[in-house]
Every structure is written in structure tokens, then in C-alpha cells.
Write a protein that binds this ligand. Structure first.
Ligand SMILES: Nc1ncnc2c1ncn2[C@@H]1O[C@H](COP(=O)(O)OP(=O)(O)OP(=O)(O)O)[C@@H](O)[C@H]1O
Length: 599
């Protein structure tokens, strides 16, 4: 859906306005770029002097005079322009990689700060591709584009001035040919920009397709779907290939245009110039110098025309980069309070909270799409007393996880108020809100890295002893015995060394390191063996002793002794009470309990 916005963005703003967006990246390297430009001026000067010297050489040969130091100076100039060119290349490439580096840093910062709703609608692979592939294209602007154009235009202007002095008539003829080629290339360059934006978008689609398969590779293998998935990814690759071909086709028009312009100007100058030499209007030495200047002028012109592809690719890339960096990030601009001091006995309260995911995207100007959807939570009101243990139960899709998401302020309610210690969560900075709450997701993600790194995600200064202590508190200390590396032992990309129950307990241990007064636990739906189930129950018992606990329970056995159980159905509360109360008052709870052989 973001694709649509990209194309409209590309259509609306011109290349000059997008070029402006490159400036902050370039401004950071003013010194290096100025140096490169100065080297380019020197190089241009060294090149421009050469035809003048050749003119002198021819004049002296015609007059039968000795060449003397002229040849030496010519040789020195040739070497000098080579050295200057090498130095300039190094400075530019160095600046190019530094710009890519800066762009990647900025982009990663923006991506990680996007509101959670953005991750619902964006594809991870596409975001990864923006960081990896789009930023790389910025490199071309500097190394090939900008300074080639700057240095080239100096040589161009210098050569033009010399040609004007030598013979204005021949210059006018030459320029008319050049003008035709420049106009043609300018028209084509717009198409290049559009095509390369499309190409990058296709590369993003490809990244998303690969990411989708890799994240479910076991399911894909087990379903014997490898070949089908390869065929699907192949279609995305083909899309990128075809968009690349379009760029190649347009470039194929651009590149020969400069060649044709050179040949045509050369032939015209040769014909007209020969006639003017024969009629005595100009000398042979002047004609030779004019032709050398002509080549000198066309040279940069062709490299600038050639660089149009890379510059336009970069402008396409900057569109995709800015599409993320200009997206609003999760901000606390509207927030008034930094620290929450309890002003109520309720640790958490929901007051008439209604929420629909559609609201979050309806006014989404980037996608330009609206998703009017029915509310996921309707008029939800409940209180969780400090130090108590609350369970939320209900059928799949009832809205249980959404309750926790609102408490974490991943989303804000459409109406109603969510309070933490009596304060509206919208008035508390997210950092301080989240420091009060430990949150264990349903799928308990274990990040690639070591057990220690996984624990220290919430508290990077935690000591080894503290890490061991929290592992012990969730009955996970045995895991450390599995490898001589202990805390430094790695867990696989998806925590393959750990069972589902162990992953969940590792995630609980992680949040405990921060000793949050409130713990939200979205219990894993995956079935646990009886030993793991007992271990998880013990862990929950141990941690709930000192804090407020809200558990989304899929196993009623883990909640029978909760202080309060909230039964949700279709986003509404259909019952609140203890296990024994609900067995009498709430038919849905009765059914759930019977189903789980608890009644
Ligand atoms: N990010 C989202 N964007 C749009 N709709 C969503 C999103 N997350 C959940 N929903 C929808 O909201 C409803 C409630 O989802 P939620 O995950 O809160 O239910 P749940 O009771 O926790 O379910 P489960 O027990 O299966 O985890 C569902 O219909 C779901 O499809």
C-alpha cells in the first residue's frame, strides 16, 4: 500500500526538490566535497591548457622553430591531471561511503522509532531493502554524478570560452547540435527516474517475499511448498529484472546520444572548419585547437549525460528513504508527566475504552487508504488493584492481546481512558510508562544472540549474578548447565535450543531483570508438557508475589487462583469474578472450564 504513495510522491515533486533532500547528507561533508571540487578545478585547468599548448606546438612546427620546454610542460600536465584525478576519485568514494553510512544510520533510527501501527502495514523485507539497497544508490550521486557534473561543467565552460574566442560561427553550429541532445536527454531522464523508483520498489517487494518465506521456512518445508515459494519469489525477482531492463532500455537511448552529438559536431566542424581554413578565415593551428576543445567539451557532456542514470536512481532511492524518515515517529510531544506516582489503589484501570484498529489507519495519508473496521474493544471498563493477580480469558480474537497493547501504548483508544496508577497513560512519557510495565509477548521472541544478551535487552548493566538469579526465579537455571558457555551460550535465530515453554520463561526472566511493578503476560498458546506447565505456573506464582500481574490465560489451570478473572467475548466484558464465581455467573466461562475439564 505504501507503493501507491511512492508513485504519487514521485509524480508530484520534481527532481530539483528531491535534490534538495540530498543536501543535508552532502552538507555533512562540505570540506571533502570542497576539496574534491578544487581538485576538479585544477584538473580542469590542466586539461584546458593542453589544447593551447598543442596549438603552440603546431604553430612552432609550421614556423620551423624548436619545441624546447613546451613538450616537457605538456608531459608534466598530463601526469598532473592523472594524479589530481586519482586523488579526487579517492576523496569522492570516501565521501560516498560516508553518505551511505549516514543515510543508513538515520533510516535505522527512523524505522525503529516508527509507531507500532506502521509495522502492521509495512513489510519487514521492504524496510530491510530500503536500509540495504536504496541507501547504496546514494553513493552513485557523489562518485559519479555530482562532482563529475561540477568538474565537467568547468571543463565545458572553459572549452566553450576558448572555442568562442577561436571561432564563434563554428561554436554556434556545435552548440545547436549539443542543445538538441541535452533536451532529448532531459526528457528521457524523467523516465529513468520513474523506472528506477519502480526497480527499487520491486527490489523491496523481493526482500519482503524472501523475508516472508524465511520466517516460516519450517512450515514451507513441511508443506512441500519449497518449489512453489521459489516460483513466487521468482516472479518478484522477475519484476525487479523487468524494471531494471526498462532502466537499461532508456539508458541505451541516452548513452549513444552523446556519441552521436560528438560525431555530428565533429563532422560539421571538420567540414565547415576545412572550408574556413581554405578561405583563410582561421589558421590550421586554430582548427586543430578548436577540434581538441570540441572533444574536451563533449567528454564531460557525455559523462554528465551518463551520470544522469545514477543521479536519477539516487533520486528514486531518496524518495523511498524519505518515505520512511519523514513518517511521524512514536512521539511523546503531547505528554505532560514523566514519572507516575500512584494516585489510586488501582494499578490499572480501563474506563469505557473502545478501540478499532481501523481508526489507526483511516487518516493514513501515506497509504491514502482507509479501513473502516468494527471496533475490537467496546466500552471496556475494569480495574486491577495494586499487587493483585488478574487473568483475562476468552475465545481467540476476543481482543485480549489488544487490551495489553493499549496499556503499553502501542495504540491509543478511539474513546475512553486507560489509566496507570490513576493517571491517563496518554499523559505519561512512553519511556516511564514502559519502565513500570514488564511485557511478555505471546510468542515470546528470543532474539539471535546469547542467553545473557537476551536477558540484558531490558537492563544492559545487569551483572551475571543478577541474570542467574532471574533465571532461577523462573526455574530456568538448568538451561545454563546445557553448555559450558553458560550465559554466553547462544540461542539460535529463533531460539531453537529452547522449547516453547522455556522460551516463554526466558522472556519472563528478561522482564524481571527490570523489576517492573506491573507484569503483563500474554501466555503462549502452544501446548506445554505437564512438567513445563508446572514450571511456568511456579514461575508465575513466584513473580506475582511482589507485583501486579495481568495474564492472558489460554490454560485455565494457570488462573484458577487469580484474584479476578475478566471474561472477554467479541471485545466486550461478559463476566468478572473469581473462578468459582464465574462458574455460576458466566456461561461462556462455564463452557471454557468444561472444555478444559476444570468444572
Ligand atoms: N495489528 C492489527 N491490525 C488489525 N487488526 C488486528 C490487529 N491485531 C489484532 N487484530 C484483530 O483484532 C481482533 C482481536 O485481536 P487480539 O489479538 O486482541 O485477540 P486475542 O483475544 O488476543 O486473540 P488470541 O487469543 O488468538 O491471541 C482480532 O479480530 C484480530 O484479527
Amino acid at each position: 500500500m505504501s507503493d501507491k504513495s511512492e508513485s504519487s510522491a514521485a509524480g508530484e515533486s520534481g527532481s530539483s526538490s528531491r535534490f534538495r533532500h540530498l543536501l543535508p547528507y552532502l552538507a555533512a561533508h562540505k570540506t571533502a566535497l570542497t576539496l574534491a571540487l578544487m581538485l576538479s578545478v585544477l584538473g580542469a585547468g590542466a586539461s584546458l591548457v593542453q589544447p593551447l599548448l598543442v596549438n603552440q606546438v603546431i604553430g612552432r612546427v609550421e614556423a620551423g622553430q624548436a619545441l624546447g620546454s613546451l613538450v616537457v610542460i605538456l608531459a608534466v600536465l598530463v601526469v598532473l591531471s592523472g594524479v589530481l584525478g586519482g586523488l579526487q576519485t579517492y576523496i569522492l568514494q570516501r565521501t560516498g561511503v560516508a553518505v551511505v553510512f549516514a543515510a543508513r544510520r538515520g533510516l535505522v533510527r527512523s524505522i525503529l522509532n516508527l509507531p507500532i501501527k506502521e509495522f502492521d502495514r509495512r513489510r519487514t523485507g521492504d524496510l530491510v531493502s530500503r536500509v540495504g539497497s536504496d541507501t547504496t544508490l546514494l553513493y552513485g550521486v557523489l562518485t559519479q554524478g555530482l562532482v563529475d557534473a561540477a568538474g565537467g561543467s568547468l571543463v565545458f565552460i572553459g572549452a566553450l570560452t576558448a572555442m568562442l574566442i577561436i571561432d564563434p560561427v563554428m561554436l554556434a553550429l556545435t552548440l545547436s547540435v549539443v542543445a538538441i541532445s541535452v533536451v532529448t536527454v532531459t526528457v528521457l531522464s524523467k523516465r529513468i527516474r520513474r523506472a528506477s523508483l519502480e526497480q527499487q520498489r520491486r527490489v523491496g517487494d523481493l526482500g519482503a517475499a524472501v523475508e516472508r518465506v524465511l520466517s516460516g521456512i519450517r512450515t514451507v518445508r513441511a508443506a512441500n511448498a519449497t518449489e512453489r515459494e521459489i516460483a513466487k519469489i521468482d516472479r518478484q525477482s522477475r519484476g525487479a529484472f523487468e524494471a531494471g531492463l526498462e532502466v537499461a532500455r532508456i539508458s541505451a537511448f541516452i548513452v549513444p546520444i552523446s556519441g552521436i552529438a560528438m560525431q555530428a559536431s565533429f563532422l560539421i566542424v571538420l567540414g565547415v572548419g576545412g572550408y574556413r581554413v581554405a578561405s583563410g578565415t582561421i589558421s590550421l593551428a586554430d582548427l586543430v585547437a578548436f577540434i581538441l576543445f570540441l572533444f574536451m567539451m563533449i567528454g564531460p557532456l557525455s559523462s554528465v549525460l551518463g551520470a544522469i542514470t545514477s543521479v536519477n536512481q539516487a533520486l528514486g532511492a531518496i524518495t523511498r528513504i524519505r518515505e520512511v524518515t519523514t513518517s511521524p515517529s512514536e512521539t511523546d510531544d503531547d505528554v505532560k508527566i514523566d514519572l507516575v506516582s500512584p494516585s489510586s489503589t488501582a494499578a490499572v484501570s480501563f474506563e469505557e475504552v473502545t478501540f478499532s484498529y481501523g481508526d489507526e489507519t483511516t487518516d493514513d495519508e501515506l497509504s491514502g487508504q482507509s479501513h473502516p473496521s468494527s471496533p475490537v474493544l467496546v466500552g471496556l471498563s475494569f480495574e486491577v488493584q495494586r499487587g493483585s493477580r488478574t487473568a483475562i480469558v476468552g475465545p481467540s480474537g476476543a481482543g485480549k492481546s489488544t487490551v495489553l497493547a493499549l496499556l503499553e501504548r502501542f495504540y491509543d483508544p478511539s474513546s475512553g481512558v486507560v489509566r496507570l496508577n490513576g493517571t491517563n497513560v496518554r499523559d505519561i512519557t512512553r519511556t516511564s510508562l514502559r519502565s513500570q510495565i514488564g511485557y511478555v509477548e505471546q510468542d515470546a521472541p528470543v532474539l539471535a544472540g546469547t542467553i545473557g544478551e537476551n536477558l540484558r535487552l531490558v537492563a544492559d548493566s545487569a551483572t551475571d549474578d543478577e541474570c542467574r538469579a532471574v533465571l532461577a526465579s523462573v526455574n530456568l537455571d538448568a538451561v545454563l548447565g546445557r553448555s559450558p558457555m553458560g550465559l554466553e551460550a547462544s540461542v539460535g535465530e529463533d531460539g531453537v535450543m529452547l522449547s516453547g515453554g522455556e522460551r516463554q520463561r526466558l522472556a519472563i526472566a528478561r522482564t524481571l531483570l527490570n523489576a517492573p511493578p506491573i507484569l503483563l503476560l500474554d501466555e503462549s498458546t502452544s501446548s506445554l508438557d505437564s512438567l513445563n506447565e508446572v514450571l511456568l505456573r511456579d514461575a508465575i506464582d513466584a513473580i506475582s508475589a511482589q507485583r501486579t500481574l495481568i495474564v492472558i490465560a489460554h490454560r485455565l489451570s494457570t488462573v484458577v487462583d487469580a484474584d479476578q478473572i475478566i471474561v472477554l467475548d467479541g471485545g466486550r466484558i461478559v463476566g468478572v469474578g473469581t473462578h468459582s464465581e464465574l462458574l455460576f455467573t458466566t456461561p461462556l466461562y462455564q463452557r471454557l472450564a468444561e472444555h478444559q475439564l476444570l468444572a
